[in-house]
Ligand binder design. Structure first.
Ligand SMILES: Cc1ncc(COP(=O)(O)O)c(C=O)c1O
Length: 417
């Protein structure tokens, strides 16, 4: 039986990074824009794009971008993978554009060129390419050649720190890219994100719009840092099996809000908190950016360990930064229950084509059966933790539990190898 809680929230913060990030956040002066400017510069340089703009969430950045791209187009549409987070679909539709879902390749968990090509027409303004779980989608240059009129947007929400095979950072090949700092992402500050791109006209409009947003209050920012600390303690080693219980009590007491609302699961766009991404949050993120290499190396070691113990011979490309370790299993329900009985809560990203929502809800405009491969993957996919607080010893224990649950089919992990 596991004595430690493995969870996927704030799993990229270890104790020393948390302390440094907090110090930096408290030292930041909310009236200034020093840390925000530093954050923007980091992304501009890393992604080799002209502009970066931080938002209260990646979904907010995507929504604002798509509203710009769709302006003046009648019946514009956007093609996204039929294997994504519901907030991506919500951002498209709330910007007034039609959403189309591309099926995926079961081996890579991303749509191939032909999957996109079937859906692109003269009204397509953008294609969203997703580096899901941090697995690198290398189709961008081909897509640009084939559809020169269509803007390619890289969804790097899971993938900050990863690179393409040629060494360029993810987010540098698309016309635009967005990154998330939401609580379950590679670096995090509960909610937040960054949009990058190089189009002068679009970014002038986005910057002007963003300046109109309210400034987050100190109470709001400090409340958010407090929630991060409480979560961290609940999942620390000393909390043992009581962490989850503690968290439930604290969540009730302090009214923690999940980063995805019930309305969002029903198709309504919600930017989380429609305020400017603050100086304090920027400082918190800037500290974590300094530790990005350590974060990446740690995840790569854990992936290698999973592969060794689960008997997968394939080696992870050195350039990827994997957020969660995906596995396909034959009997998902029984597998999850068997792991839970042994104290292991496995991750269930992505359980539907508009995870975690029900794609049958008419607002999503998803036609059942239109992405058959994605639907089959969703029915069989589970994911295992890879955060900074997970040790190689933990991975060994997790693999022991996974193997005892038998009945595996290593489809997705073959890709990782
Ligand atoms: C694949 C993907 N894209 C985009 C997002 C949106 O990020 P954010 O929560 O910062 O809005 C998420 C997660 O929420 C996601 O999983």
């Amino acid at each position: 039986m596991l004595k430690k809680n493995y969870n996927f929230v704030l799993d990229s913060l270890d104790f020393s990074t948390l302390l440094k990030s907090l110090q930096s956040a408290f030292a930041a002066r909310s009236s200034k824009s020093v840390q925000r400017d530093l954050l923007h510069t980091w992304f501009v340089e890393a992604c080799d794009q002209k502009y970066a703009l931080a938002y209260c969430s990646a979904r907010m950045g995507l929504h604002c971008l798509l509203a710009q791209l769709g302006e003046g187009h009648q019946q514009a549409n956007v093609v996204i993978p039929g294997f994504s987070c519901v907030v991506v679909s919500n951002s498209v539709r709330s910007a007034g554009l039609e959403v189309r879902y591309a099926d995926i390749d079961t081996a890579t968990l991303t749509p191939g060129i032909e999957d996109f090509a079937k859906l692109v027409d003269d009204n397509t303004v953008a294609i969203v390419v997703q580096h899901v779980f941090g697995l690198v989608d290398e189709h961008i240059e081909q897509l640009k050649q084939r559809f020169p009129e269509v803007k390619i947007i890289e969804d790097c929400a899971h993938a900050l720190g990863g690179c393409f095979a040629d060494g360029q950072m993810l987010g540098s090949k698309g016309d635009y890219a967005f990154f998330s700092f939401e609580q379950s992402k590679p670096i995090n500050v509960w909610t937040g994100g960054v949009l990058v791109g190089s189009d002068d006209r679009v970014f002038a409009a986005l910057q002007a719009q963003e300046r109109q947003l309210a400034v987050a209050s100190d109470v709001h920012d400090i409340g958010c840092l407090l929630i991060i600390c409480l979560h961290f303690c609940c999942f620390a080693k000393f909390a043992g099996g009581f962490g989850v219980l503690m968290l439930r009590v604290l969540a009730k007491l302090f009214r923690f809000k999940p980063s995805m609302s019930v309305q969002e699961r029903h198709g309504v766009f919600n930017p989380s908190v429609a305020v400017r991404f603050s100086e304090r949050r920027s400082a918190f993120i800037n500290e974590q950016l300094k530790c990005l290499d350590k974060n990446k190396k740690h995840r790569q070691q854990l992936v290698a360990c999973y592969q060794k113990h689960l008997g997968v011979s394939f080696k992870l490309p050195f350039y990827a930064m994997v957020l969660r370790y995906p596995l396909l299993v034959n009997d998902k329900k029984n597998f999850i229950e068997s792991c839970a009985r042994q104290g292991l809560q496995v991750g269930e990203w992505f359980s539907t084509v508009v995870h975690p929502a029900d794609p049958a809800i008419p607002e999503f405009c998803y036609q059942a059966g239109s992405c058959p491969k994605a639907e089959a993957v969703c029915a069989a996919l589970i994911n295992l933790p890879l955060g900074l607080r997970i040790t190689l010893g933990d991975v060994e224990k997790i693999c022991g539990i996974v193997l005892s649950a038998k009945d595996l089919n290593y489809g997705a992990s073959k890709f990782l190898g």
